[in-house]
Design a protein around this ligand. Structure first.
Ligand code: MV4
Length: 445
């Protein structure tokens, strides 16, 4: 196992990774930007190194600063967390050339999956269901129109270099498709420096269901069941749960098998997530995330595995410690993202001083956070300040436990998404899970 690891991240995930380091007897090295000097991850780590000013491009995203800190601290691995450099194949490549283990997949597997049109092709040729659409990227607008005429409208145009919902457009006819392609291309060119587009048949009311995988890079690939992330607003997930209330046993099994198939075809290693659109009992590959995800705790609570611990073990060259038959999904778990945002002001960021923070202390409830009473939330980064994760024997009891956990939670000083969650927990739509990815956008505009 590694002796010393640098955590190239901040916030709750940096704290979460440091906890896994402690469990494994690994010395942790935190990096932080100037406004993050009072952050919990800085206090928790054995060693902390300032890597630059507030702007992420000059700190958490600045590869020379991160690599310098890693060299100075003499670490043998870097854990990238999520966001920032976590899906940057160039960064993973630099780590390898410096003989520092990157806690994640190879740069080649990352690059394969960051090319969304290529990932779709790989899924298709591996026998993983995809929606009708283009074979890879469309070379020009005429080719795009030809694909749309073949598969029929409505279609969705996606940036091959995209992610997080940028560079996507829906078109219901040919004239709209011409406009959609030119605006998606311009947006993708500006955001990613790559205007490549691909096209798919558009699903109007899907759910978002994703499968957690673990691969040891020595041929063993297992899945840890699915998470349902349908409760989202503008591509920001708000509530995630496992298992998915929409999937029956046969769909669950098929989803898991599809995810494993794709990982084997990609030569994938470490933890990953295969995302699907799910509608009327059928599912279609969407994309693969090559990082640990925000919502990984719901899978941990249901399966009993520690995913960050497994990431470290795999990166250190250990073989997987479980076979598929050892994995069970026990009970039901939900994660509620607590963001410093005002739900009454269309979820506008609401940073400030947390005057009081007392997390609930209940059996089956976990709080992953980096805030504390008196902490000033800096305005420069993601608004996620805490995650409330609840686990019970079934979905009904999970909802009841969540309500109790929110009653016990004390979080004062800043507006948060807590009132949104309380409202959702009281709706029949949520209780019966009768909704799709458009639900929150429709409610809140
Ligand atoms: C889709 C889709 C409907 N049909 N593809 C959004 C971001 C990118 N990751 C893929 N996305 C979608 N792809 C087809 N063929 C709808 C979305 C989509 C979406 C997907 C998951 C969760 C939230 C979403 C919100 C809007 C659109």
């Amino acid at each position: 196992m590694f002796k010393r690891v640098l955590i190239a991240n901040r916030g709750e995930i940096a704290c979460r990774v440091i906890r896994a380091c402690r469990k494994l007897g690994i010395e942790s090295v935190a990096v932080y930007s100037e406004p993050d000097r009072d952050s919990l991850h800085v206090k928790m780590a054995a060693v902390s190194i300032c890597i630059g000013p507030a702007e992420a491009s000059r700190s958490y995203l600045h590869i020379p600063s991160i690599v310098s800190a890693a060299e100075i601290a003499n670490v043998d691995a870097i854990h990238p967390g999520y966001g920032f450099l976590s899906e940057n194949s160039h960064f993973a490549d630099i780590c390898r050339s410096l003989d520092i283990a990157f806690v994640g997949p190879s740069s080649e597997a990352m690059a394969k999956m960051s090319d969304k049109a290529g990932a779709r092709e790989l899924a298709k040729t591996s026998g993983v269901p995809v929606l009708p659409g283009s074979d890879g990227v469309v070379p020009d607008d005429e080719a795009g129109l030809k694909v749309a005429r073949q598969i029929g409208f409505p279609v969705i145009v996606k940036a091959s270099a995209g992610g997080g919902g940028r560079g996507i457009r829906v078109a219901h006819n040919e004239a709209a498709l011409r406009i959609a392609m030119s605006s998606a291309r311009a947006e993708a060119e500006a955001a990613f420096g790559d205007g490549s587009l691909y096209i798919e048949k558009f699903l109007a009311r899907p759910r978002h269901v994703e499968v957690q995988v673990l691969c040891d890079g020595q041929g063993a690939v297992i899945h840890l069941g699915e998470r349902d992330c349908t409760a989202q607003r503008r591509h920001q997930k708000l509530i995630e749960e496992s298992p998915s209330p929409a999937a029956d046993r046969s769909a669950r099994r098929a989803l898991g098998e599809a995810a494993v198939k794709l990982c084997k075809a990609a030569g994938y290693a470490n933890a990953g997530t295969v995302e699907f659109l799910f509608e009327d009992g059928r599912f279609y590959f969407m994309e693969m995330n090559t990082r640990i995800q925000v919502e990984h705790p719901v899978t941990e609570m249901v399966t009993g595995l520690d995913l960050v611990e497994e990431q470290f073990r795999i990166a250190a060259g250990e073989p997987l410690r479980w076979r598929q038959k050892d994995i069970r999904q026990n009970g039901h778990a939900m994660e509620f993202r607590i963001n410093a945002e005002d739900p009454d002001r269309r979820f506008a960021p609401n940073p400030g001083v947390v005057s009081l923070f007392v997390p609930p202390e209940l059996a089956g409830v976990r709080t992953d956070s980096f805030i504390y009473s008196g902490y000033r939330i800096p305005p420069y980064y993601d608004s996620l300040i805490a995650k409330l994760i609840v686990h019970a024997d079934n979905r009904h009891n999970c909802i009841e436990l969540a309500k109790q956990a929110f009653r016990d939670l004390i979080l004062e000083g800043v507006k948060t998404t807590v009132p949104f969650h309380l409202k959702m927990l009281d709706t029949i739509d949520f209780a019966t899970s009768q909704f799709d990815i458009n639900y929150v956008d429709k409610l809140y505009g």
